[in-house]
Design a protein around this ligand. Structure first.
Ligand SMILES: Cc1cc2nc3c(=O)[nH]c(=O)nc-3n(C[C@H](O)[C@H](O)[C@H](O)COP(=O)(O)OP(=O)(O)OC[C@H]3O[C@@H](n4cnc5c(N)ncnc54)[C@H](O)[C@@H]3O)c2cc1C
Length: 400
């Protein structure tokens, strides 16, 4: 008989895991996937494009209902798991229904971080994580009305662009002195700021939010220096933290995220975890590619391959703002390392490669990102680049 495998969270990591399992161990497990959101798993990455009106909601669904059926998966969505009992190996839903498991996988994603300031609970203040946030932003963004996005990282910039595209008058507030400081060095961040401003978004750097003003609803964002930025709509996009709530309550080892070893196993050998909810070797990732790499490894493990091991991911970032090409990967700052730099001000192109010894360890590309995946490949495979260092900045050698 198939062993019951319960997956909590019906997001991108869970869907990839089921896909990988169906290729490796179809029939070995009887799988139940439980998700809190009232939809089948969808492509969260595309929420930005949905907000910007570049894709329709229907295009986000990761797998159609018949695909889940074909894999023999019981798909429960719109239901929150409220407790795990590792002793009896049962999970309980909010409506009291419970399921027993032989193995359990946690794929509960992240919580958006909210600022601990007055006014965050006013109507009109929201985060940017789930489909419902996009619905609220789209209905709240009115032509010519003021909106403020707090946070100048990838998510904040994409939110600001989407709202500006919808016609709102957008101000983007960032605490640091440059946008996307965790992915871009100062020259690339400067180019990005110019292009975002050219799209109609006002960018305020080194700006600390003190409170949201308003009585019935948000009316303005007040900065620590006293400036008041009018806002009907405030989007807080300052980062995420792993959602380890269930794991913590069940007594599993948790630090920032749910602690897992290279086999994606938690401190309970019947419970595994993957995606944004985990912390592996001290790192909690906030991007989808590490979640997918973990899904491939975990599927192999669950299919019986005890040698499958996850050793961490080299991160790469792309920004989804139409007409703005940004790529960043690895140790892009490369302090005390060799840097190879190419700059074409006229065309708005900037490229920086970081080389350590014989290896490429980081890259920032702005304006022309066509070689990004090739550089990423060189980093991930730890290829020797000393022989091609002279031409490395110009991309892959022409095919003979
Ligand atoms: C707007 C936006 C744009 C993004 N763009 C990019 C990008 O360009 N590139 C990139 O790499 N990454 C991007 N990301 C991040 C990417 O979406 C995540 O890395 C990815 O979704 C992580 O997958 P996950 O399965 O771990 O988490 P999620 O996809 O968040 O799935 C977790 C699911 O678990 C559910 N859940 C949680 N607790 C429970 C519970 N108790 N019971 C039942 N269900 C529960 C949640 O409701 C959620 O649906 C973006 C994210 C957002 C919000």
């Amino acid at each position: 008989m198939s062993e019951p495998l319960v997956i909590i969270g019906q997001g991108m990591a869970a869907t990839k895991l089921v896909e990988e399992l169906s290729m490796r161990a179809l029939g070995r497990y009887s799988i139940i996937v439980i998700g809190r959101e009232p939809y089948r798993a969808y492509n969260r990455v595309l929420l930005s494009s949905l907000l910007a009106g570049e894709v329709a909601a229907g295009e986000l669904e990761l797998k159609p209902s018949h695909w889940w059926g074909r894999q023999g998966v019981t798909n429960v969505f719109g239901r929150c798991v409220t407790a795990i009992d590792p002793r009896t190996k049962r999970v309980t839903l909010e409506n009291g229904v419970d399921f027993s498991y032989g193995k359990l996988v946690l794929a509960t994603g992240s919580h958006p971080i909210l600022l601990p300031i007055p006014g965050m609970d006013l109507p009109g203040v929201m985060s940017f994580r789930v489909m419902a946030d996009v619905e609220a932003m789209s209905s709240g963004a009115q032509k010519g009305r003021p909106a403020v996005v707090i946070g100048g990282g990838l998510l904040g910039i994409e939110a600001a662009y989407g709202l500006a595209h919808a016609g709102a008058k957008v101000t983007l507030i960032h605490l640091m002195d440059r946008l996307m400081e965790r992915q871009l060095d100062p020259p690339a961040a400067k180019l990005l700021k110019e292009q975002i401003e050219a799209k109609g978004v006002e960018v305020l750097l080194s700006a600390q939010t003190a409170r949201i003003a308003g009585t019935e609803k948000a009316e303005a964002v007040v900065l620590a220096d006293g400036r008041e930025i009018p806002a009907d709509l405030v989007v807080c996009a300052i980062g995420v933290r792993p959602n380890a709530d269930l794991a913590r309550a069940a007594g599993l080892d948790v630090n920032r995220g749910i602690l897992v070893n290279d086999g994606l196993e938690t401190s309970d050998p019947s419970v595994f975890a993957l995606g944004e909810c985990v912390e592996h070797r001290g790192v909690a990732y906030g991007l989808v590619e590490p979640a997918y790499e973990q899904a491939r490894i975990l599927a192999r493990r669950l299919a019986g391959d005890a040698s499958a091991a996850y050793s961490g991911s080299v991160l790469a970032t792309n920004l989804k703002v139409s007409g703005v090409s940004v790529f960043s990967a690895g140790d892009f700052l490369g302090e005390d390392k060799d840097a190879i730099i190419f700059k074409d001000d006229g065309r708005g192109i900037y490229k920086k490669l970081v080389v350590e010894g014989d290896h490429l360890t980081g890259a920032v590309l702005y304006g022309d990102t066509s070689d990004g995946l090739w550089y990423l490949d060189l980093m991930r495979s730890k290829a020797e680049v000393s022989g091609m260092r002279h031409d490395l900045i110009f991309g892959p050698p022409p095919k003979a």
